[in-house]
Design a protein around this ligand. Structure first.
Ligand code: HEM
Length: 262
């Protein structure tokens, strides 16, 4: 009941935002492309103009896309950042290394896109955090036609569960130190860290891989760069480690940190 109510409120909020965009487009005579919704509406309009209206998305479909992007993008990235902050508060040596890299790459300049792409240590840290605490811990698939999977032939309608977290924590795949935080595993990239096996896939894999994967990493790097250059942080004694899975893997009572201005 409550879920339906919230969904109703969310849909009417989004419908209002979409309506406003349509009014703005009619007034200005052109589509803005300054955010994802505008880009979506613009490409939808182009699609319908070129191929006919039945090839475009309905308003309800646009609303569903907005919801998907918001929920898929917001919670997962904030969880990644929370776990990264927790881990860096425990592993002070890596916090220092990450900060040194941020200063080395950006100096006194504000973080920029090119620099974020050059953050090697920070990227290794984020990969290792995603390995230990993948925001999505299982993926579900339902087979729609008979499929061969290794020595098995699976009929349609079979429900498959891919336990990402178990694979990320598998000692046979990652070695004896699987439970330890060791970003150096990724010093030569994901392919080397995994021996070219599909043993690291926090963003899933294949045709339905997370569409926001590069954006999420960029966002997390930007947030870390901004925080690291201004603050050092330690774990507060009030923190209790309770990873819990509610849609995504999250610290149940939050991450309690103590910040010091640099
Ligand atoms: C650390 C951050 C993120 C993680 C770990 C993550 C992980 C994933 C995973 C595992 C999937 C596939 C789920 C499945 O196949 O069952 C997925 C799908 C998706 N993600 Fe992300 N995601 C993140 C951030 C984002 C961001 C920032 C956006 C958007 C800006 C986004 C948008 C999407 C969308 C739209 C899908 C569905 C794609 C499709 O079905 O084709 N994600 N994500």
């Amino acid at each position: 009941m409550r879920l339906k109510e919230i969904n109703g409120q969310l849909c009417s909020l989004l419908r209002g935002i979409i309506k406003q965009r349509e009014i703005r487009t009619m007034e200005t005579g052109h589509f803005a492309d300054d955010d994802l919704l505008s880009v979506l509406l613009k490409s939808n309009h182009k699609q319908m103009q070129e191929n006919g209206s039945k090839f475009g998305m309905s308003i309800d479909e646009v609303i569903e896309e907005c919801k998907a992007f918001y929920f898929a993008g917001q919670e997962s990235t904030s969880n990644l950042l929370s776990w990264a902050m927790l881990i860096l508060s425990i592993h002070q040596t890596w916090q220092t290394r990450a900060r040194e890299e941020v200063f080395q790459v950006f100096g006194d300049d504000a973080p920029n896109f090119d620099g974020l792409n050059r953050l090697k240590i920070v990227t290794m840290i984020l990969y290792e955090v995603l390995r230990l605490y993948p925001p999505g811990i299982i993926f579900n698939r339902i087979i729609y036609k008979e499929t061969k999977l290794g020595k098995f032939t699976l009929p349609p309608e079979v429900h498959l569960i891919l336990p990402v977290i178990l694979i990320h924590h598998d000692q046979q795949l990652w070695g004896e130190d699987v439970k330890e935080f060791k970003p150096e595993r990724f010093s030569r990239g994901v392919a080397k860290a995994t021996n070219n096996q599909l043993s690291f896939f926090p963003f899933s894999s294949g045709p339905r891989i997370c569409i926001g994967n590069n954006f999420a990493l960029m966002e997390a790097k930007l947030a870390l760069a901004v925080i690291l250059r201004r603050f050092s942080f330690e774990l507060s004694p009030s923190y209790t480690h309770k990873p819990s899975f509610v849609v995504t893997l999250q610290p149940q009572d939050g991450v309690h940190l103590m910040f010091r201005k640099i």
